[in-house]
Ligand binder design. Structure first.
Ligand SMILES: [Zn+2]
Length: 274
């Protein structure tokens, strides 16, 4: 399957879901995903729409999910509930624990969860920085959308049947509950991985438990492609785009949203919070 095609499909749905949060929908598409703009508070999210009972229940569930950020136990409950509701296409497993012992739950979504197939495996990680929680919410919404629309919506069915998604909504549950960027040891997990330029990170024993869990995970599963979701800037970073001499300057492709079109500018050095 063409990977670019997959990403285009997946993220077009993904952004639809994000638009649905807190917006006042102008329409609802065939898959039950709300299209609309951010025009009103979440309280009026699904008002004045003619939808079926099944769609109303689905929208109600999404509205509940969108009320505020889930706590770590809410997140765990949401994953377990989703897994029992869609057990035919999902599997929940933990890749380790945070410093404070919170399991790092992963949801696998596929038509054959837990089995190796000759299909691409995609890894998504949210909440690397504890104070950037939007990604964890979006990833739960993505999992819900796939669960609710498998065998109903062609795109959801295409994704579930042809790829394996592994979704880690929160890499940093301790940082989230502490409302800070770093983990419980106040280490920036996004700077804790081995790096071609920073050999201080080469000591395998020095990494944080969350980082070690991710590194073990990468050895166990040969992911075809991956993405981690951060917050605070419209920036896309790519592998190997670090620089040797200035740790905080990263060569990145700056993404600009203009007239509802994502445009990639020329490669420019920018200061990023990622
Ligand atoms: Zn970040």
């Amino acid at each position: 399957m063409n990977l670019f095609f997959f990403f285009s499909l997946l993220f077009s749905s993904f952004f639809n879901l994000s638009v649905a949060r807190g917006g006042s929908p102008s329409s609802i598409n065939a898959s039950g995903v709300v299209n609309g703009s951010f025009a009103a508070s979440g309280r009026h999210l699904f008002a004045d729409m003619k939808v079926s009972l099944a769609e109303q229940l689905q929208l109600k569930r999404l509205e509940e999910l969108a009320k505020d950020y889930m706590s770590n136990s809410d997140l765990e409950n949401a994953l377990m509930s989703l897994n029992s509701r869609c057990s035919g296409i999902s599997r929940v497993y933990s890749i380790g624990k945070s410093v404070h012992g919170v399991p790092l739950w992963v949801m696998e979504i596929s038509d054959k969860p837990g089995k190796e197939e000759a299909e691409p495996a995609f890894k998504y990680i949210g909440n690397v920085h504890g104070d950037e929680p939007v990604g964890r919410e979006l990833l739960i919404l993505l999992a819900n959308w796939l669960c609710d629309n498998y065998m109903k919506d062609p795109l959801a069915t295409l994704i579930v049947d042809n790829v394996h998604l592994h979704i880690l909504p929160s890499m940093n549950p301790d940082g989230f509950s502490l409302r800070r960027r770093g983990n419980a040891n106040n280490i920036d997990l996004n700077r804790d991985f081995p790096d071609q330029f920073f050999h201080m990170n080469d000591d395998p024993g020095a990494h944080q438990p969350e980082t070690k869990a991710i590194m073990r995970w990468l050895e166990e599963i040969r992911f075809t492609a991956s993405a981690s979701l951060h917050g605070g800037a419209l920036v896309a970073n790519y592998p190997w785009d670090g620089t040797e001499n200035k740790k905080n300057i990263i060569m990145a492709v700056q993404m600009m949203k203009h007239s509802n079109t994502w445009l990639a500018s020329t490669v420019v050095p920018i200061i990023t919070c990622l």
